[in-house]
Design a protein around this ligand. Structure first.
Ligand code: NAD
Ligand code: UGA
Length: 431
């Protein structure tokens, strides 16, 4: 049992804190957002993540998990302080480190005993050293501390199982003893542990996200070629994926990658490269292809309807991917905006992201179900491949639409079946 303070109760912080508590540690999770903490104290979660609510309640009841807005309270008796605050995109694609800086300063001002500061936020290479400098400069009196980089690899929607069954734990530090202590916290997860210096660990995180984004953009480029040549990218990806050197994951062609991480992290890596005088050509193409994928949904719909002005377009799914309520950089937002700019009326439905979506999609009519979205629509675009869209009564959907046009941005449906049902159907890369 160790005493852990987690700073930030967003997707990463709340999952990390709750899972460490579930492993038997004593965790205090802190946030400067008073509403989030007040709600958490009443069992109301700020985010949707499958299984998390039950785990939070169980660990609070067991006395292993607490919430606070006070750094002094959170750091009292803590052996570790995990930084899990946001690092959004700043000017020119550079990561904005204002929240990391504020967290480091507050740690320095409130720590009262030796501490291992573990950085879980995705931060530019060199940030670990910078955090150490901030803490040293801001401490009212010197107290020993170490900084360890421990990048997070969880994906939203499967965060609990990703935490409990990690593919690897990466730890970076110049202080081997501190890294060993953080390794000990993870030993029961039985994952490979990679120990490196700080900068290398920070780079492993960016390189991993950039590689996954590259894989998706690669298959999207292949999809576009498939479409022109009459091949089906779904089958192509399946055929490629059996080769263990290629692997079957992250080869789903469609509207491309969105969310709170790939877009900002690929841009931040490209920015770091550019500042060093390098030309990140591959990363640039990866981003360009991704932008084009979103545009394609609009182009296809326009082409099939012969124009968008005055047409009603429905969106199935709004979140950036299924099993999350996260709307950050969701393709649906850009697609809705482009449709509206051409004079279309847009309506949409998402199983869990409606609340967040309402704020980010002004003018989009929010519906209670996919069936309501289809009602009277000239076309439907599938933006997110939620399970509940997989087995819809498609005959009913077609019946209720003004025109049976369906653009399948996530290749959810069988093209032949859709044609048999009488839809004018277009997927992504299915020639
Ligand atoms: P988030 O926006 O969901 O949550 C961040 C939280 O930090 C917010 O609740 C905010 O109020 C709080 N915060 C901001 N400044 C603070 C301060 N000074 N002190 C205390 N709390 C403060 O962010 P997230 O999605 O959890 O991402 C956090 C970091 O983890 C980012 O660097 C991100 O790139 C990385 N990451 C995210 C994921 C993911 O799936 N979301 C996965 C891996 C890594
Ligand atoms: C991603 C990584 O998978 C995590 O390992 C990482 O920790 C996290 O970013 C992060 O750094 O925040 P996440 O963004 O939650 O996790 O979701 P993914 O499942 O990776 O999907 C990202 C985007 O790629 C989604 O928009 C999804 O629709 C898209 N995608 C994914 C595809 O278009 N095709 C695929 O084959 C896979």
């Amino acid at each position: 049992m160790r005493n852990i303070c987690v700073i930030g109760v967003g997707y990463v912080g709340l999952v990390t804190g709750t899972c460490f508590a579930d492993l038997g540690n004593r965790v205090v999770a802190l946030d400067i957002n008073e509403e989030r903490i007040a709600n958490l104290k009443q069992g109301i979660l700020p985010i949707y993540e499958p299984g998390l609510e039950e785990m939070v309640k169980r660990n609070v009841a067991a006395g292993r998990l607490d919430f606070t807005t006070s750094y002094a309270e959170a750091l009292r008796g803590a052996d570790f302080a995990f930084i899990a605050v946001g690092t959004p995109e700043g000017v020119d694609g550079e990561a904005d480190l204002q929240y990391v800086r504020a967290a480091a300063e507050s740690i320095a001002e409130n720590m009262t005993q030796p501490l291992i500061i573990v950085n879980k936020s995705t931060v530019p290479v060199g940030t670990g050293d910078w955090v150490a400098d901030i803490v040293r400069a801001k401490q009212p009196r010197p107290i020993a501390f170490s900084v360890v980089s421990c990048p997070e690899f969880l994906a939203e929607g499967s965060a609990l199982s990703d935490f409990m069954n990690p593919a690897r734990i990466v730890l970076g530090s110049t202080d081997r003893e501190a890294a060993n202590q953080v390794a000990d916290l993870h030993l029961s997860l039985r994952a490979p542990i990679v120990v490196t210096d700080l900068r290398t660990a920070e780079m492993i995180k960016y390189a991993s996200n950039a590689f996954l984004a590259t894989k998706i953009s690669f298959i999207n480029e292949i999809a576009n070629i498939c479409e022109a040549l009459g091949a089906d990218v779904k089958e192509v990806a399946a055929g490629m994926g059996y080769d263990p050197r290629i692997g079957k994951h992250f080869l789903n062609a469609g509207l491309g990658w969105g969310g709170s991480c790939f877009p900002k992290d690929v841009r931040a890596l490209a920015y770091m490269a550019t500042v060093q005088g390098k030309h990140p050509q591959l990363l640039q193409s990866v981003m360009d292809i991704n932008k084009y994928q979103r545009r394609q949904a609009v182009l296809k719909t326009r082409e099939m309807l012969g124009g968008l002005k005055g047409k009603t377009i429905g969106l199935f799914g709004l979140a950036f991917k299924p099993n999350t309520d996260d709307m950050r950089d969701a393709p649906s937002v850009e697609i809705a905006r482009a449709l509206q700019a051409e004079g279309a009326l847009v309506k949409g439905y998402d199983p869990v992201a409606m609340h967040a979506a309402e704020r980010m999609m002004p003018g989009v009519a929010m519906c209670a179900s996919a069936y309501e979205v289809a009602e009277g629509a000239d076309a439907v675009i599938v933006c997110t491949e939620w399970n509940e869209f997989k087995q819809l009564d498609l005959a009913r959907i077609k019946q209720s639409m003004r025109q049976p046009v369906l653009v399948d941005g996530r290749n959810l449906y069988d093209a032949k079946r859709m044609q048999d049902l009488g839809f004018q159907y277009r997927g992504m890369g299915r020639g």
